[in-house]
Design a protein around this ligand. Structure first.
Ligand SMILES: [Zn+2]
Length: 79
């Protein structure tokens, strides 16, 4: 009996994080970082994105914002 392929609904772009072994171009990574950074913004010292998405009181920068910041630092040439 053939196995039916499992279809996984696509994640919203704000939920995307690169997984180990998953290939990402620099452009894709940068787009994800920009999206993440805009969502995970500071609000009264805590992360608004973490609070809205997961009801999590995370001090800003949260791990997601920190990751996005470091990706953008690497991707953006400093002159
Ligand atoms: Zn956050």
């Amino acid at each position: 009996m053939p196995v039916k392929p499992v279809t996984v609904p696509p994640l919203p772009v704000t939920a995307k994080m690169p997984l180990n072994g998953e290939s990402n171009t620099v452009v894709e990574l940068t787009e994800q970082a920009v999206a993440l950074r805009s969502v995970h913004a500071e609000r009264d010292g805590i992360c608004a994105g973490c609070l809205d998405m997961w009801a999590r009181l995370a001090p800003h920068p949260c791990p997601q914002a920190d990751w996005a910041e470091r990706v953008l630092q690497q991707a953006t040439p400093t002159t």
